[in-house]
Design a protein around this ligand. Sequence first.
Ligand code: ARG
Length: 459
Amino acid sequence: AANAMWGGRFSAGVDAIMEAINASIGFDQRMAQQDIAGSRAHAAMLAEAGIISDSDAEAIREGLLTVLSEIEGGTFQFSAALEDIHMNVEARLVELIGEPGKRLHTGRSRNDQVATDFRLWVRDQCDAAVPAIRAVQKALLSQAERGADWVMPGYTHLQVAQPVTWGHHMLAYVEMLGRDVSRFQDARARMNESPLGAAALAGTSFPIDREATAKALGFDRPMANSLDAVADRDFALEFLGAASICAMHLSRLAEELVIWSSAQFRFVTMSDTWSTGSSIMPQKKNPDAAELIRGKIGRILGANLGLLTVMKGLPLTYSKDMQEDKEGVFDAADTLMLALAAMAGMVETMSPNREKLAEAAGTGFSTATDLADWCVRVLNLPFRDAHHVTGALVALAEKTGRDLPELTLEEMRSVKPEITEDVFTVLSVDNSVASRTSYGGTAPANVRAQIARWKEALT
Ligand code: ARG
C-alpha cells in the first residue's frame, strides 16, 4: 500500500531496502520532545491567526501531550514505514484525535520542521556542554590550588625547557576550557533563530505568524530567508566545531596524563577508580580513561568533517543527503559529554607527586635561561652573548654528567671570568619560577592571583 502521509500519487509501497535507507526514525526519535514542542507552537499560532479553529488547536495540543507521554513512557510504537520522527508523531496524533490532527501540517513542511527540531536539539546540547566543561575546570582548579607553587618541568618539543609550577600548568587548561565555554555560548547565540514557517522552501501563502512561533520556542527571531532556513546546517557545524576544539583540548590533557602516569615520569598517580589492570601482567595499572578520552575524541573530529562533507556539494535547498546530519552530531554530543565527565572525575581524583615533579624540574638544564638572564642583568652582556656563554656552560656540565648548579665557580669562570658566586641563586628551580613575575608568568604569586580570579568566575 502507498504511504499514508505522502502516497497520494503513488500506487505501490516502497521496496524494503528503500525503506531501510530512507528511514531515520531509528535515530531521529531523539528529537521527539523538540518535534512536539515545535508542533505545539505551530498549532497554537495557526489558531491565533485564524487558520485553524480553537477547538482543533486544543485537540491537537491534548493529542500531542498524549503522544509525548507515550514516547516518554516507552509505549509508543515507532514505525520505519513512517520514516522519521515527524511523520511518526503526526500519524499517531491523527490516530488519536482524527481530523483535527490532519490540519496540523498546514503552512508547514518537514523541511522547516526538521530544521527547527534539530536546532532546538543542538541548542540544548550547547547549554549542556557549559556546566560539563565547568566541572572539568573546577577539578583542574582544585588541582591548581593544591600545588600552586609546586615546581615541575615546563616543556617545549617534550624537551625540558624551563621550570614552571603545577598550578600554572593546570590553569593553562582552565583557560583553554574557558574559551571552549564561550565558543558554545557564541554558537548558541548565533543559531537561536527560528526556521519554522519557512515551509518547504519558499514560505507559505497562509497568514502565519513566524514571530509568534519563534518566541514560543525561545528563539530570538525568525530566520529572514526561507531558502536559507531549510537548506543550511551551519548551526550544527558550529556545534561540531566548538565540540572539536574542546575535544582536542581534552585529548591533549589526556595525552599528558598518559605520559605523566608512566613509570618514567610518575608525575601523577591516577586513582584506582579511573584505572584498570592487565589480565596477564599483575603489576599493571593502566590509565585507560585518559586513553579512551584521547581515542574517542576522533569520533567528534570525524563527525565534524563528515557533516562538512555531506553539505559541501548540495545545491539549495533541502536534499535528502541532509538526513545524514543527525547521527554524527548525536554521537559527537554523547561522546563529548562522556569525555568531559570522565575527565572531571579523573582530574579530581588523581594525585600529583610533588617530589617527582620537583626532581624532574631541575633536570635538562632547565634553569639555563635564568643563567643567561643573570649574565644580561648583572654582567650587562647583550642577550645573544649571554646565550652563548650559557651554552658553553651547559656543554661543560653535560660533558661531565652534571647539572648546572653542580658546576664550580672556577669552572664557570673558565668560560666567563666575570661570573660571581651570586649566579648560584638563579640556578635553583624555586628561584627560577619565583622570578617569572611578568603578567601571565609562572611565579606562584601570579598563579595564586589567577586561581582566585577563576574561583570567582566559576562560582
Ligand atoms: N527525516 C528527514 C530529515 O531528517 C526530514 C525531512 C524530510 N523532508 C523531505 N522533504 N523528505 O532530513
